[in-house]
Design a protein around this ligand. Structure first.
Ligand code: GLN
Length: 239
């Protein structure tokens, strides 16, 4: 039996800061090391895309300016993305796209960018930029990353976060929670990129997609010594 998964990289040009593209490379490598073929499809603003037909959707962070065009484009994809999310399609959205998967992002200049409302959350730009190393506790163990955002996100009561903040800010300066989780859709402020240094989380995304597509979870363990050492550097670093 041969296995292949399709990864859709949404907005690779418009939303790609702090090497967020590295998340796609990590997914591909960890699949390839196990003999799973990775087919990567880039989808930019205005390009056709059926989220129900892909296995993993990834989209990264970006500047407020770039988020305006992406926000508009996402509006035309709202129903398709919400349906795919309900059907269990695996998604990882980082920072700028995470904000637009909530209901709205009001930038510091007062520009209101509507989101798709997949996460029950609002984001408001603040004069305090939240910058630095982050460590969070999650169901996949401790996760690390780097954050840099003016937007502060507040989840509605009952909306699940990705993790609890141990170091850094996360969603905002007060709540001590990071990211959001809805079905198999994961939102996070963690750059770095996030997946190379958090292999258990990367494998969770691949494993969930493999279960959906092939009804098997055959992920062989990999030697993650280097990845764990890289994560420790962030955990031990001052903010
Ligand atoms: N422009 C957004 C903000 O500053 C998102 C930043 C990002 O993606 N790193 O809040």
């Amino acid at each position: 039996m041969t296995y292949a998964l399709t990864i859709t990289h949404l907005y690779p040009v418009e939303m790609n800061i702090y090497g967020d593209r590295g998340n796609v490379l990590t997914l591909c490598k960890r699949m390839e090391w196990r003999g799973i073929t990775a087919n990567v499809v880039d989808v930019g603003v205005g390009e056709p895309f059926d989220p129900s037909r892909t296995d993993i959707v990834f989209a990264g962070g970006g500047q407020d300016r770039g988020q305006v065009a992406v926000g508009l484009d996402l509006q035309s994809r709202t129903d398709a993305l919400l349906e795919a999310a309900e059907a269990g399609v695996v998604m990882l959205v980082v920072c700028g796209t995470y904000q637009l998967f909530g209901r709205r992002f009001q930038t510091l200049e007062g520009h209101d960018i509507p989101g798709i409302g997949l996460f029950k959350a609002d984001t408001i730009g603040s004069t305090q930029r939240l910058i630095g190393n982050v460590t969070i506790e999650t169901r996949w163990g401790p996760m690390v990353g780097f954050e840099n955002h003016s937007g502060q996100t507040t989840l509605d009561p009952g909306e699940a976060a990705l993790g609890d903040v141990i170091k850094g800010y996360g969603n905002n300066a007060t709540d001590k929670v990071e990211g959001a989780l809805h079905h198999n859709v994961h939102g996070t402020y963690l750059h770095g990129p996030v997946l190379p240094r958090n292999p258990a989380f990367a494998d969770h995304l691949i494993g969930t997609a493999m279960r959906r597509r092939y009804d098997v979870e055959l992920l062989e363990p990999l030697d993650d010594t280097l990845e764990r050492a890289a994560a420790k550097v962030v955990m031990d670093a001052p903010r």
